[in-house]
Design a protein around this ligand. Structure first.
Ligand SMILES: Nc1ncnc2c1ncn2[C@@H]1O[C@H](COP(=O)(O)OP(=O)(O)OP(=O)(O)O)[C@@H](O)[C@H]1O
Ligand SMILES: [Mg+2]
Length: 315
């Protein structure tokens, strides 16, 4: 059997006596869009940094395209959780230096035009010559996003890339991400805390149990047909089944599985289970009780539901 494009094999990370996660086995196919969700501190960013080659696992390995990841590469573009721009460079220069490294034969004109295209996409044409210190947090995050897209990496690693953005900008950039992903066959691994965003974007959502000693408990298939439309995705017959399943994991099962694993239950430590929520009976949460405020363009209900408040409070 062929290996997936990216495989995380028996990945473990430990600091001193504390095991952050263990036995993480994930296969990502070429061109797949995978989101990962889990509570704060379970190790999502650490997994992403290991994938990027910026952190080393305590055990296990990441294999990409047949070779072990052993350091950073232009084949992997990263948008960090906390934007990381070079403070002495302008917005345009922060993008163009990556484009130049990726395309050494290009003229300065080509490099600048290509970089400006991606900065225009994220609405920063008016800020090309500003330094990061002159930009807001959301603007800096948009420069990071433009930089990652502009270098056309084979693997795009996104650590909560839209967290600092307003709903309208987030919607625009999500749409661009889907468009670029559709055109380029890039493979995407993205961390998000937003269940609706994950359902809208992903082919598959990985669910991590709570740390310490976290693991990827489920791989949930999002079989909602593409192209997806944020205005009517909620009308898909599987939407609420999938959403209920993800929310229920975050609210209940992520903690229960951690507790069972800590108590030595072999079942709770078993390897990642493939799940298609549309094919199973899952807990029913009244759709009227749910907000869809992460879906830009829709009015959120007046009162936030208890379930969403819980998710936002604990994730
Ligand atoms: N240098 C370090 N030394 C000790 N522990 C660390 C170190 N770096 C990270 N950790 C721990 O590793 C765990 C995983 O951190 P990580 O940043 O990967 O979590 P996360 O899932 O991305 O969380 P969040 O959703 O809040 O971003 C945390 O419990 C954190 O305290
Ligand atoms: Mg993180």
């Amino acid at each position: 059997m062929n290996k997936p494009f990216v495989s995380l094999e028996k990945l473990k990370k430990q600091y001193g006596d504390v095991v952050v996660f263990d036995d993480v086995n994930i296969g990502i196919e070429k061109g797949e869009f995978v989101c990962i969700i889990g509570h704060s501190g379970c190790g999502k960013s650490t997994i992403l940094n290991v994938l990027a080659g910026l952190d080393e696992p305590s055990d296990g390995a990441v294999i990409m395209d047949g070779a072990e990841v052993a350091g950073p590469s232009l084949d992997r573009g990263v948008v960090f959780q906390h934007y990381s721009l070079l403070p002495w460079l302008t917005t345009l220069q922060n993008v163009s230096f990556g484009v130049r490294a990726r395309n050494p034969g290009w003229s300065k004109h080509q490099i600048d035009e290509h970089s400006k295209h991606y900065l225009d996409m994220v609405g920063l044409t008016a800020a090309l010559n500003k330094k990061p210190s002159e930009l807001s947090g959301g603007m800096r995050q948009r420069v990071s996003i433009a930089r990652a897209f502009a270098t056309s990496p084979k693997l795009l690693l996104l650590d909560e890339p839209f967290g600092a953005l307003d709903a309208l900008t987030r919607g625009v950039i999500q749409d661009e991400l889907i468009k670029i992903w559709g055109e380029t066959q890039q493979t995407v691994f993205m961390i998000t805390h937003d269940v609706d965003e994950a359902i809208f974007l992903a082919d598959r959502v990985l669910l991590m149990t709570n740390g310490p000693d976290a693991r990827v408990a489920e791989s949930v298939k999002i079989n909602i047909p593409r192209p997806r439309n944020r205005a009517n995705i909620i009308e898909d017959s599987g939407y609420y089944q999938i959403r209920n399943h993800l929310v229920n994991f975050l609210v209940s099962r992520s903690g229960e599985l951690s507790a069972s694993a800590a108590a030595g239950s072999q079942a709770a430590r078993q390897t990642t289970v493939d799940v298609d929520p549309t094919q199973i009976d899952c807990i029913q949460i009244d759709p009227a009780q749910m907000t869809t405020d992460s879906l830009a363009g829709q009015e959120p209900p007046a009162a936030e539901s208890a379930i969403d408040s819980t998710v936002k409070a604990v994730v």
